[in-house]
Design a protein around this ligand. Structure first.
Ligand code: ADP
Length: 477
């Protein structure tokens, strides 16, 4: 039987370009689906993508897309990276930039045109490939759902996944004509949002199915607290909204074969050598103290303010704390101030994939005080590397981190969760973590459970497969 063909479109895909979890999903979900479906992944060919390293060839195809009255020529490149099919769309305005979306905390003014162009290119590729299913991700590709829904000659069914509702692709309404979108879609039911364009609404409103990246976040986004203004619109479309938790690629994130590590390991005991090595690298001392790490984007979503407020009190306790991240400029000086007063805090500002892996291998605990978290991957990676997550019980963190008392029976990894978004609650969880660490047997039981817990794509890939089959069978087109 012919496999159904899926075109998976994302604005970033690991290892070609990555700013966050979307890129990890863009790599690992298509990989997990590739036995059951004929999957092609498409992304922009940013000038930072290393064509030689990834065997990207071309251009193998050209076509024009219309952005309103402007005709743009797009070229297509290809790679069979790790045996899977990747397409890359090149057009100078889309691709020749220093950042994917803009400097940290800002977006480029012409992002509507840039990703509008990408969205048209994706729909044209769906036509050429005769895709059965087009899987769209976040606002950057949301317009494709509207384009496909409006074009009778395009037969694909569409899935739209919300990775983060906080980034909606909002633009002045003047961009409507540049996007070539008919004015009749500029309504409450369409893509209008307080007299502006909202591309996220194109995905939610026009796709055949909408998913988000954890069951709890799927419920939360229907509420005022987490809905970012779209709760009413999501409630209206709730019949087609489901939550499917992300997994991680356990071949890539694998302490027994990860080439970034100082020493490979299969049980938490093997972490000690990595911890000693990392502490030396970071200029921290005393491997007998628990090591807490934070890795992530410096933005309010990640609970950086909570972390900064609690940091001096945490660092006054017997521990080491290491932070890896970058983002909004106001945060780095505040971290530096805390680190000046506490030599057991180590900071690394920047983006460093290999360092992140070494830190996961070294850590006893991961701090993840996110104010909201659609799914979160760090807690899954950290658990798989034998660390215990300390998390704010929201979104995917609530779904993927069970209480430590449930080890070793729990399905998911275990950790310590706090409920109130306050520095006191974070500090309470931090103290509970120290208590766990002081009971070496208890910590080891949890860490051993976490390394064995299933954080792979297995179940979630099956849920996507079932969804693909459902919509392609029941789609009216
Ligand atoms: P996000 O909201 O940023 O998508 P996720 O938890 O879903 O957060 O995914 C974050 C991914 O990015 C993880 O693979 C994490 O290890 C990685 N990451 C985040 N910041 C950095 C950094 N500064 N250096 C290296 N890796 C990072």
């Amino acid at each position: 039987m012919r496999k159904q063909s899926v075109l998976f479109a994302a604005s970033e895909v690991y290892p070609f370009a990555k700013t966050g979890g979307l890129a990890d999903v863009g790599y690992s979900l298509p990989k997990a689906l590739s036995d059951a479906f004929d999957v092609t992944v498409v992304m922009p060919l940013y000038h930072t993508v290393d064509r030689q390293r990834f065997g990207i060839e071309g251009p193998t195809d050209f076509f024009d897309v219309m952005l309103g009255i402007e005709r743009r020529t797009v070229s297509v490149y290809e790679s069979r990276f790790e045996g899977r099919a990747y397409l890359f769309v090149y057009e100078p305005q889309l691709c020749d930039r220093d950042y994917l979306y803009g400097p940290p905390g800002e977006g480029y003014d012409d992002n509507a045109q840039r990703f509008g162009l990408f969205s048209y290119a994706v729909s044209e590729l769906a036509r050429r490939l005769q895709s059965d299913i087009v899987h769209l991700n976040d606002w950057q590709t949301a317009l494709t759902a509207l384009i496909i829904a409006e074009d009778d000659t395009l037969k694909a069914s569409t899935v739209y996944t919300i990775h983060n509702l906080a980034y909606q692709g909002e633009f002045p309404k003047s961009a409507l004509s540049a996007l070539g979108v008919d004015k009749r879609h500029f309504t409450l039911e369409g893509i209008e949002f307080y007299d502006r364009i909202n591309l996220m609404k194109a995905g939610i409103g026009y796709a055949d199915a909408v998913t988000t990246v954890s069951p709890t976040y799927a419920e939360e986004i229907l509420t005022h607290r987490f809905g970012c203004g779209l709760e009413g619109y999501l409630q209206h479309h709730r019949a087609k909204v489901t939550g499917i938790a992300n997994g991680i690629d356990t071949e890539h994130f694998a302490p027994q074969s990860d080439s970034s590590l100082f020493r490979l390991y299969k049980t938490p005991r093997g972490k000690h050598a990595n911890k000693k090595h990392y502490l030396a690298e970071a200029g921290l001392c005393d491997a007998e103290l628990p090591l807490f790490i934070f890795i992530g984007r410096f933005t309010w979503q990640k609970g950086i303010d909570l972390l900064l407020e609690a940091l001096p009190q945490m660092a006054a306790l017997p521990c080491n704390i290491a932070v890896l991240g970058e983002g909004e400029p106001q945060y780095a000086p505040r971290f530096e101030k805390a680190a000046e007063a506490h030599p057991n805090i180590h900071l690394f500002f920047g983006y460093d994939e290999a360092l992140a892996h070494r830190m996961y291998a070294a850590a006893d605990f991961l701090l993840m005080p996110s104010l909201f978290e659609p799914c979160g991957l760090n807690q899954l990676i950290a658990a798989h590397y034998g660390a215990v997550p300390v998390v704010h019980r929201v979104g995917g963190l609530a779904d993927t981190v069970a209480p430590v008392a449930y080890a070793p029976e729990a399905q998911s990894p275990c950790g310590i969760a706090f409920d109130a978004a306050t520095p006191e609650a974070l500090l309470g969880a931090f103290e509970a973590a120290l208590g766990l660490f002081n009971d070496a047997k208890a910590w080891s039981r949890v860490a051993t459970h976490n390394m064995k817990a299933d954080v792979s794509w297995g179940q979630s890939a099956s849920a996507y497969a079932a969804l693909y089959r459902k919509i392609s069978g029941s789609a009216l087109k």
